[in-house]
Design a protein. Sequence first.
Length: 317
Amino acid sequence: MESDINDSVEEQAVTWFVRLRADNVNREDWAAFAQWLEQTDEHRKVFSEVCDMWGDTTLLEGLSRHAKRHDIAPKRQKKRYFISRIPLALAACLMLAIPFANQIQIFLKADYISVIGESKTVQLDDGSTAMLNTNSAVAVNMEDGKRLLELLKGEVFLNVKSDVNRPFFVQASHSTTRVLGTRFFVDHRTESDEIKVLSGRVEVSNNKAWKDPVVLGDNEAVTVYDNAVGQPKKLNSTLSTSWINGFLVYENETLETVITSINRYRSGVVFFKDDSLRKLKINGRINIRESRDMLKVLQRTMNIKMTFLTDWLVVVG
């Protein structure tokens, strides 16, 4: 994080505190934070005070805990959460591995990966096409008569070539989808998967057992959880499917919903200072190929006040 000359240390510390709690914090963020923390004693002191003030000491306790585990824990200082420079830097480096252990496993297993802000189209050996949305990964197995795609993270749109003798299966964290030939999406989420069909027919079950699958047809969707499959519903929004054409198209969608979709294509967090703006209904479209400028385009076209404190920390209202 490059600090503005007018930013106080307190503002920088609060900004880091917020950033490190975000779901999409990445390795570069952790490395930059460790570098910032090492710069001065004041940085470490103020960051500790911010954690204490906000009632969340997980970050510093985590650094201390991992340092102790590797026999590099410093002696306790009078300041409650203060950790001396060298052990803190080492502990911070250790912390880098924690959020990315799962990412490394995905990287090793995946056949195709897209990064944040990128979409990627892949031609599969059977003639089917897989289009990866931003920050997505898939593994493909076409051997021994199989047609299996595993969605490791993110979202994929599939145009499956029909083959009545070889059903095409898509597995994600919570769901298994069986298809003969169709155009559909599988969206891998933290607590569920969402399957959306543009055209054709698919069968969907959760991963516990292939039993009584839900059948989806044209323009239908279903959400799948660990132990249950939701009720099929009609696809009545273009926001979640328009990305395959290079745009996010929103019609009578709330500002909060649109910004949530935009955040898939950028690193950072957005806060609503004015909660009434969350439910503001808007219409339009944004080019996802210009992912870094999507919020600024939204700001200009909708005449909405946004304050860009950093490239990744934005306040609405």
